[in-house]
Design a protein around this ligand. Structure first.
Ligand SMILES: NC(=O)c1ccc[n+]([C@@H]2O[C@H](COP(=O)([O-])OP(=O)(O)OC[C@H]3O[C@@H](n4cnc5c(N)ncnc54)[C@H](O)[C@@H]3O)[C@@H](O)[C@H]2O)c1
Ligand SMILES: [Zn+2]
Length: 365
């Protein structure tokens, strides 16, 4: 199968995202009923309430599947949860010929993907992302894993799902902050490779209430194609895949600081949006990003992610956190930066004084 308006061919699996995705899903489940020894569905409480009923309605045989419930949120993306999933799979009599359906946000697809890939040396899993971040990012690309010793994504492996099904109607029950979090990744895809996507994502934007299912479908499809193209060329993140890290060097440091200090939690997307503004500033100093484009990026991101009362930690704390980022080859802080909108360069470095200037640029906006 090649890429079409209905599906995208990824690394040995398909991502079904079109209006026909439900039909593709019930076909997969009906066929799976003959080939898989048993089916288990991983959920948390919200997803069980908001998303599981539609799944069973479209594929009624799933009413017989075993449901594995885990607590929601980042706090459960750890080895204890994985042990709980392994244990339940074992109790349910799952074999390596069984299927695990990961129904949920990035926490469910990361944790479930890791648990399935390691159970009995690996059973099939499929991802059905129910958050915008999951639909445009976490559910595809093959990265699975958990947090360890309070550091994010420290243990995991790259293992692709058997298929991914994306249903934008699941976004109806997402709260705005969660939608905004995923939206930051769509904006990032535009900034690194697709000016039209960037422009349509910033010009459409209001409070998401006017987004129709087809608007979402179009934004999600464009995002999936961009991420999938990059991942296909560099699945192991040797080079090109680092393009996806734009905004994430500063963004991860802000997130890590909030996590460590029990501060008000900051969504991944909000941290990345601040990171994109700072890294756009660095781009204007290190590469050729024009002042006009820097202004446009900063103003557009501020309109969507208004500043509020979030305080950016002091420079030395953040720079220290950036040094420990696992994206670095040594303690040299690595950035993906922009030459211009839709033209990005990986493996860029700068003096710490420019990082401080970038943080001040954001603080003074
Ligand atoms: N593997 C990757 O390549 C990759 C990429 C990006 C992010 N991630 C990971 O993804 C995780 C974040 O994922 P997330 O932002 O989806 O958060 P999440 O999985 O924690 O979900 C956020 C909340 O939304 C709820 N929820 C999910 N779907 C819902 C729906 N349709 N309606 C109402 N509520 C719903 C969940 O129960 C949860 O409480 C992080 O752990 C991050 O590291 C992984
Ligand atoms: Zn991200």
């Amino acid at each position: 199968m090649s890429n079409s308006s209905e599906s995208i061919l990824a690394n040995g699996y398909s991502i079904f995202h079109g209006t026909d995705a439900w039909r593709a899903f019930s076909k997969f489940i009906n066929l799976g009923a003959k080939t898989y020894a048993s089916v288990n569905i991983l959920v948390d409480a919200q997803v069980e309430q908001f998303c599981l009923p539609a799944l069973i309605e479209k594929a009624p045989s799933l009413a017989n599947a075993s449901i594995i419930r885990i607590p929601s949120g980042e706090a459960s993306k750890n080895i204890d949860t994985v042990i709980q999933i392994w244990k339940t799979l074992q109790e349910n009599g799952a074999t390596r010929h069984s299927l695990l359906i990961n129904l949920g946000g990035g926490v469910i697809t990361d944790t479930g993907g890791f648990a399935a890939s390691t159970f009995k040396r690996g059973m099939d899993f499929i991802n059905i992302p129910t958050t915008l971040l999951g639909q445009v990012d976490a559910a595809i690309g093959g990265k699975t894993g958990i947090d360890f010793l309070e550091i994010k994504n420290q243990v995991g492996l790259i293992k692709c799902p058997a298929a991914v099904f994306v249903f934008p109607e699941y976004l109806k029950t997402q709260d705005h902050e969660q939608l905004r979090s995923g939206y930051a990744e769509i904006l990032k895809y535009g900034l690194i490779t697709d000016k039209q996507l960037w422009e349509s994502a910033i010009s459409n934007h209001s409070d998401f209430s006017n987004y129709s299912e087809s608007t979402w479908r179009e934004l999600i499809q464009k995002s999936l194609i961009i991420k999938n193209d990059i991942v296909l060329k560099d699945p192991e993140e040797q080079g090109l895949r680092k393009l996806l890290n734009f905004g994430h060097t500063v963004g991860h440091a802000i997130e890590a600081h909030a996590l460590k200090n029990d501060e008000l939690p900051i969504s991944h997307g909000r941290a990345v949006a601040i990171g994109m503004i700072c890294e756009a500033y660095i781009s204007s100093r290190v590469l050729n990003l024009s002042t006009a484009e820097l202004d446009q990026i900063a103003q557009a991101l501020l309109r969507i992610f208004e500043k509020g009362d979030l305080l950016i930690p002091d420079d030395s704390t953040l720079i220290e956190l950036m040094r420990h980022d696992k994206k670095n080859v040594n303690s040299n802080i690595s950035f993906t930066l922009l030459n211009s909108i839709a033209s990005a360069e990986i493996d860029q470095h700068c003096e710490t004084k420019i990082i401080s200037e970038a943080l001040n640029y954001y603080r003074d906006l």
